[in-house]
Design a protein around this ligand. Structure first.
Ligand SMILES: N[C@@H](CCC(=O)N[C@@H](CS)C(=O)NCC(=O)O)C(=O)O
Length: 202
């Protein structure tokens, strides 16, 4: 059985959504990052990075990094049809996941969410947060243009949308402006049964 390490309101919300979307069997282990649960010796023995999401497989190996966990889950649940057969479609999916995580999450939202991590000075933190908001706007512009008038980021629902899901949750929380088509996609994602299933666990 898979064991999933999660902290509510974090990026691991996207993987929790995906686990439900796939109908995967898993044990949920919810921690609270804000309380330092990711830094305990027990947690670090499982994931030395001290971060979520982390997925422990049947054989005891731990997988980390959102794009890798998402790909693993899609490929290990082929019946859900969330891993495309066509190589170019696979590349586009990985390209999108990498952009969502490495750029929009790590190089934009992170500066707004945890500017203290980057500088002790409060004025510098405010500048970092301003920079982060500008980078989010640029990221959302790219995502909005890519999605166009389709229902999901790459047309049909894909594992990339599970990353978009948590980013749009953060945008709401931080009152960041969201382009209309991404907002509509967020509503569609919240209307899927996977969302109701994950909320029932809250
Ligand atoms: N690159 C990682 C990022 C994971 C990450 O930054 N997770 C945050 C929660 S959104 C975390 O666990 N932060 C705790 C910490 O940095 O101490 C991924 O793609 O999974």
């Amino acid at each position: 059985m898979l064991t999933f390490y999660h902290s509510k309101g974090s990026c691991s919300d996207g993987i929790l959504y995906l686990l439900h979307e796939l109908g995967a069997e898993f044990t949920l282990n919810t921690i609270t990052l804000a309380k330092g649960d990711g830094q305990t010796p027990e947690f670090k023995a499982m994931n030395p990075k001290g971060k979520v999401p982390a997925l422990v497989l049947d054989d005891g190996q731990t997988l980390t990094e959102f794009p890798v966990i998402a790909q693993y889950l899609a490929r290990s649940h082929p019946e859900a049809g969330l891993w495309p057969e066509d190589m170019m479609a696979q590349m586009r999916l990985q390209e999108m996941l990498d952009y969502l995580i490495a750029t929009v999450h790590m190089r934009a939202f992170t500066f707004v969410l945890v500017p203290k991590r980057f500088h002790p000075d409060e004025a510098m933190q405010a500048d970092l947060a301003t920079y982060g908001r500008a980078e989010i706007a640029k990221g959302f512009e790219v995502l909005s243009a890519t999605m166009g008038d389709r229902d999901y980021l790459l047309g049909d629902f894909s594992i990339a949308d599970t990353a978009l899901f948590f980013l749009l949750n953060w945008a709401d929380r931080l009152e960041v402006p969201v382009p209309g088509n991404l907002k509509a996609c967020h509503d569609r994602l919240k209307a899927r049964p996977a969302h109701a299933a994950m909320m029932a666990e809250a």
